[in-house]
Design a protein around this ligand. Sequence first.
Ligand code: KG4
Ligand code: ZN
Length: 344
Amino acid sequence: MKVLGFESSCDETGVALVEARSEGQPRLLAEALHSQVDMHAAYGGVVPELASRDHIRRVLPLATQVLQQAGCTLADVDLVAYTRGPGLAGALLVGAGVAVALAAALGKPALGIHHLEGHLLSPFLADDAPQFPFVALLVSGGHTQLMAVAGVGRYELLGETIDDAAGEAFDKSAKLMGLGYPGGPALARLADQGDAQAFALPRPLLHSKDLDFSFAGLKTAVLTQHRKLGAVVTEQARADLAASTQAAIVDVLVAKSLKALKQTGLKRLVVAGGVGANLRLRAMLNAGTARIGAQVHYPPLALCTDNGAMIALAAALRWQHGLATLEHGGAFDVRPRWPLAEIS
Ligand code: KG4
Ligand code: ZN
């Protein structure tokens, strides 16, 4: 079974080909990605209409590239998967439209995938794939959630952010410090030169009993500190503020992840989503889980942020577990807002 997967929910066009047998680990045969970051950087954030138009330009050449890389043709494709939601409606429609049309033309089924399920299962593309059950920390630009994962399609929400997502906290703090878009990687780079203890920033909900997060207050505190630094701010002070901001976000993510392991009694943690690429987060989670005798798994670094491989993989795993509702031709829709709890 070869699955061609399309991801177009936001500002990355991703296409990948994954091979799966009825059991065993699915294998990534080829993948290609085009990031729109440079295009949106001029506007300080994602411009939805430009995103949709760029997906249209990129999606078919990327698909051709992936098939060539894998030494395959369209005739080898057994299933076409696409991100059905959540995400930008117009951007989702490009990937969904292309995928469903391609499947219909090939006489093969199409399968819509939940973007977060893609992230959640992406560590199965790593060499040290996790075993079920595990706790998943999903940290992207739009979501911050802790989940208990019993198996493919069996996800229980343990806690989530009540306001901004962790990625948003990185992005917004970076923006107000003039670091441009996307802010997460830029802020992390600057933080490397700084002192994480220089500024005392809040760690919202750090000691709350639940597993929820809140990052809106932190962003306000960063803004206040940045204003206090005044117009002639030294490069060292900026690096210190970046390091302190990163430490505050990471501390909360680590504490809540360890609390989730304790509360569920599970011994495995899986980290997915763009913020999972953050090296301080990885270092602190490695240390924290080692301390309590738990294991932590990540997707390969390049597959932390949005990509087509995670969509093809999620479709392959759903198919392996008998959970794929395969559509043949006909109508399709996208779900710009789609809680993970609603997938079956
Ligand atoms: O998963 P993703 O690519 O897209 C969404 O589904 O949202 O995540 C993007 C988010 C952005 O907020 C970006 O700033 C953040 O991930 N990010 C990082 C790093 N790399 C990406 N945040 C902190 N440190 C990083 N190294
Ligand atoms: Zn994502």
